[in-house]
Design a protein around this ligand. Sequence first.
Ligand code: C5P
Length: 289
Amino acid sequence: MICERSGAKLNLTLDVTGRLPGGYHAVRSVMQGTDLCDELCIEPGAGEWQAPSNLRYLPSGGTNLAVRAALLFREETGLGPAGGVIRLKKNIPVCGGLGGGSGNAAAVLRALNRESGAGLTAAELRALAEKLGSDVPFCVTGGTMLAEGRGEVLTPLPPLPDCGIVVCRPDFSSSTPELFAALDRQKLRVHPDTEGVLRALEAGDLEGVARRCFNVFEAALSRRPAGLVAETKSALLDLGALGACMSGTGSAVFGIFADAVSAASAHAALTERGVTAFLCGPAQAAAIL
Ligand code: C5P
């Protein structure tokens, strides 16, 4: 049995800068890995791959990204088991813009790469990961990175300084393709200050990063989701967050706090109000072998 953890990602900034061939959009995003983790264990076996999880409504067959990762690894390397079971313990809220499924897929690639002796480098694993989705290459190592292109062109950045993070999940679901389409219908006037975030990371200036967190997709939300995101951001800021923003295409909203203690007290206050919130911190890039 091979076990691996996969962390949620956050988009500290998310900008859409143009269109790419094939229906994709060019993005520019400062991405951050966290220690809010799913856990998965791979049991090699004889039958077809299955990925059961603690969430019964998730598909466990060939459409599950973790299964697709296991099939792809075998197809591309000729190594690794032909089938088996991938047991998923989902702690990361699903469909939240937190890259949970992408992280699971990347964790399967890492685990099979290590255990099969394939010994692919991070760059080689990312080339596989790209075939599974735009966020999967980042999830191969996590850390702090500038993602460009579809999301697969990655530049490592200085790590986000130590801090506490609270993630909330406002009650709406959003479809990534639909939100990209909604963005196409409007003229984007405001963009994140990505350069400012890069400078702040270089200077180790947490406040400078946090106050520049910005996601263009917030402007593409319809009225009710937009209201819920605004409400959640205000709640996080009122509880002391240095900055708050939606991640990916939502619905997750995160707040960055000066330290783990202030994040924990904001988390406790939200929980007391009946709000489901997740307490976590930044995770540095993981070694793959
Ligand atoms: O790559 P992934 O499967 O995560 O993308 C899901 C959908 O999101 C794509 O089919 C596309 O409609 C949209 N997308 C995009 N540009 C990106 C990433 C995703 O248009 N850079």
